[in-house]
Design a protein around this ligand. Structure first.
Ligand code: URA
Length: 208
């Protein structure tokens, strides 16, 4: 049960928002966004939630918004993706030893999922993790993804606080945390490309 159904009813507010956008943009995906990449990958990346005009429209995580431009170009540079990223699910880009999912699968209004919604969606994250036998590193993007992933391992976020560049052993995997690669964070200098690349350099070392 690692993927919610297209009409997943677990979060009434998110289901209503999804329905509203199905009416407004019938050509968009407007449904829970499935994980991208094979389950035998050693790296799992956990984002926050689909962007309204990005993953919610295209149906592929981080595809169609700025956060994806930075993420996928970095993945290509570090050998975790091959092909060309054209911000479309049919661009032929393939992930290599890497899988991408989101802590919350449906687009939330104002990009802000509520605590109860994050908790409702956590079993899907837990299933994604459980079905990855070779998993070595989980990269979490931002504090919400960090906390939900820590909880998915049955730990308290107070024991594993979020810190950019932080690392923590969670059971059989290493958790690596980064500021989210959103346009807001890069525009304000919270996260620079160099900082993001340093995180991936470290992940390559951990996986080797
Ligand atoms: N797109 C996603 O799929 N997840 C994010 O966290 C941001 C954009």
């Amino acid at each position: 049960m690692s993927e919610p159904s297209r009409d997943c009813p677990l979060c009434p507010r998110l289901a209503a928002f999804r329905d509203e956008w199905r009416g407004r943009e019938p050509g968009w995906h407007n449904a829970p966004v499935p994980s991208f990449g094979a389950a035998d990958a050693r790296l799992l990346i956990v984002g926050l939630a689909p962007g309204l005009r990005g993953a919610n429209a295209t149906g592929r995580p981080f595809t169609g918004d700025y956060a994806g431009d930075l993420l996928y170009s970095t993945l290509i540079d570090f050998g975790f993706a091959t092909g060309e990223f054209l911000a479309r699910p049919d661009d032929g880009l393939t992930l290599q030893d890497c899988r991408i999912t989101n802590a919350v699968r449906c687009v939330p209004p104002q990009n802000k999922p509520e605590t109860a919604e994050i908790a409702q969606c956590r079993p899907f994250l837990e299933s994604v993790i459980a079905e990855m036998p070779r998993l070595k590193v989980i990269l979490v993007l931002g504090q919400i993804a960090h906390q939900s992933t820590v909880r998915a391992f049955g730990e308290k976020p107070s024991r594993v606080p979020f810190k950019h560049g932080g690392e923590a052993a969670l059971g059989r995997v290493m958790l690596v945390s980064s500021y989210h690669c959103s346009r807001y964070n890069t525009n304000t200098g919270v996260l620079t490309e160099a900082m993001f690349r340093d995180v991936f350099r470290r992940i390559r070392t951990l996986i080797a």
